[in-house]
Design a protein around this ligand. Structure first.
Ligand code: C2E
Ligand code: CA
Ligand code: CA
Ligand code: CA
Length: 282
């Protein structure tokens, strides 16, 4: 019987760290989240200097029956470690294609773009390019609709298998998908990636934007990234804009687009587009 030993699991349970137990519960629950329809998408506006919406970043949320809304910071790492990010990512892309189709014939909305976050685990998956191609085909996407779709990648995720990543990015880009370098400036070889990859956009990391009014180094970095992006003819987006003062400074520096709580927190799309004005700040 169990008491006689041999059950190494019960032996180790008291030793397990609380966080590890938590994580294994979340992992079990995450396995069922897709089929139980618990995942949903929030949208956060990206605006130009006039606060007109140019598009949205799509951010996952998990509506857990007991825990409420779980942040992607807590479940994306689990999804990556378990490989669940692959089916979850396909689900996200399907939903995003559906949304772009819905806006296609609406003159006020057809220019909106949608940006999706792509993990290292997804990009390095051997079938990633093919699965994207299949999904675009399922939704009858032509080149024009495809250019409304943007993938946000980070520098750190490129480190592992750079050749495969670069090849996939080039192929997806040739289909019309735009690429943005996310969290720019926080990785190891930012400038090298800017040179190597067919990028359309860089996103200044929010850590630089946060303190740029009080910290001269942060201000200098933001200024430098905007100037560099312009010289390379890339669209530059500043993330994490929370105040009017930050907005004003970024517009003055010539930043193309801004994103942050100042214009709108991530929310379900109906909540954003049901507002009377389609401007992010009325
Ligand atoms: P990220 O791509 O850097 O996304 C920006 C994060 O900053 C989001 O956190 C957003 O809610 C938050 N944010 C936006 N504006 C402000 C602001 O003004 N102030 C502050 N303090 N924060 C702001 P969120 O939604 O919790 O997402 C966290 C991360 O999870 C994302 O970081 C992204 O790396 C990942 N993620 C989210 N959705 C997906 C997804 O569908 N697939 C993958 N692979 N990763 C995702
Ligand atoms: Ca992002
Ligand atoms: Ca970011
Ligand atoms: Ca980030």
């Amino acid at each position: 019987a169990k008491e006689q030993g041999g059950n190494s699991f019960s032996f180790f349970v008291p030793e397990m760290h609380q966080a590890a137990i938590e994580r294994s519960h979340l992992e079990t629950d995450l396995r069922g989240a897709l089929e139980k329809n618990q995942l949903m998408l929030y949208f956060q506006p990206k605006v130009d200097g006039n606060a007109d919406i140019q598009g949205f970043e799509v951010l996952l949320r998990w509506c857990h029956p007991q825990r409420g809304i779980v942040s992607p910071a807590d479940f994306i790492p689990i999804a990556e470690a378990t490989g669940l990010i692959v089916p979850i990512g396909e689900w996200v892309l399907n939903a995003v294609c559906q949304q772009l189709r819905q806006w296609q014939n609406d003159p006020q909305r057809c220019h909106w773009r949608l940006a999706v976050n792509i993990s290292e685990r997804q990009l390095s998956h051997e079938r990633f390019v093919q699965s994207v191609r299949d999904i675009l085909k399922d939704h009858d996407f032509d080149q024009n609709l495809t250019t409304k779709l943007e993938f946000e990648i980070t520098e750190s995720m490129l480190m592992k298998n750079i050749e495969h990543a670069v090849a996939s990015i080039r192929e997806l880009n040739s289909m019309g998908i735009q690429f943005a370098m996310d969290d720019f400036g926080t990785g190891y070889s930012s400038l090298n990636y800017l040179k190597m990859l067919p990028l359309d956009c860089v996103k200044v990391d929010q850590s630089f934007v946060r303190d740029m009014l009080v910290d001269q180094s942060d201000a200098a970095i933001v200024e430098m990234v905007i100037a560099l992006a312009k010289a390379m003819q890339l669209v530059v987006v500043a993330e994490g804009v929370e105040t009017y003062e930050q907005h004003k400074l970024l517009v003055g520096l010539g930043c193309d687009q801004m994103q942050g709580y100042y214009y709108g927190k991530p929310a379900p799309i109906e909540q954003i587009t049901s507002q009377q004005s389609l401007k992010a700040i009325a």
